[in-house]
Each structure stands twice: as C-alpha cells, then as structure tokens.
Write a protein of this length. Sequence first.
Length: 83
Amino acid sequence: MNKVYANYSVSVSELKKNPSAVLKDSGGESVAILNHNKPTAYLIPADLYGILMEMAEDYGLAEIVKERQEEKEESIKVSIDEI
C-alpha cells in the first residue's frame, strides 16, 4: 500500500465535484488526491509550494558547489589581498 503524506485526503471525483470545499475543509493543509484509494497527486498551499521550490533550488546550487569543489586542480589560487 502506498503511504499518504497528508493528514487530509479526497478522491479525484470528490475534488471534481467541489474543489473549493476541498480547499476549505483542508484548513490550509496539504491534501492527498486519491484514485482507487491510492495517492496520485497532492494539492498543497501556495506558500508551501514556494518553500519547496526554494529548497529545490538550494539543493541544485549545493550540487553545483560540490561539483566545483572537485575541480580544484583547474582553479587558480588567489590571495584575499589580490581581490
């Protein structure tokens, strides 16, 4: 069985019937959208989506830093006074 990562869940058909009610009933929490009792999507508040996008961007930047740290042989050493 698939794990549901939300405290509130609705079926796809229930979401189709009244999406505004689903948003209201969730109280601003994430909503698991179920199809045949299995989570197929999540409806998340806009603020949380923004936070997740920032985290994903930060992760991507951290990966770039790791890659560049491995390229030390190609780097040019400069003293702080030269900057």
